[in-house]
Design a binder for this molecule. Structure first.
Ligand SMILES: [Zn+2]
Ligand SMILES: [Zn+2]
Length: 57
């Protein structure tokens, strides 16, 4: 069984992404996958890329 790197927690608040509506997208600078929950999307909480430290809205 191969371990794939799947982000299961919100990058901003670290909540588990169990609800529908969360989003995953690549970091604009390094391409690392960033995940955000519905709450953080609605409140426009900024994220910090775990790989390169990029901050975005
Ligand atoms: Zn969140
Ligand atoms: Zn990055």
């Amino acid at each position: 069984m191969t371990k794939t790197k799947a982000i299961e927690n919100c990058t901003s608040c670290n909540v588990r992404l169990v609800e529908a509506g969360f989003t995953r997208f690549p970091c604009p600078t390094c391409g690392e996958t960033i995940a955000r929950c519905v709450k953080c999307r609605k409140q426009a909480i900024r994220y910090i890329c775990p790989n390169c430290g990029y901050e975005g809205p």
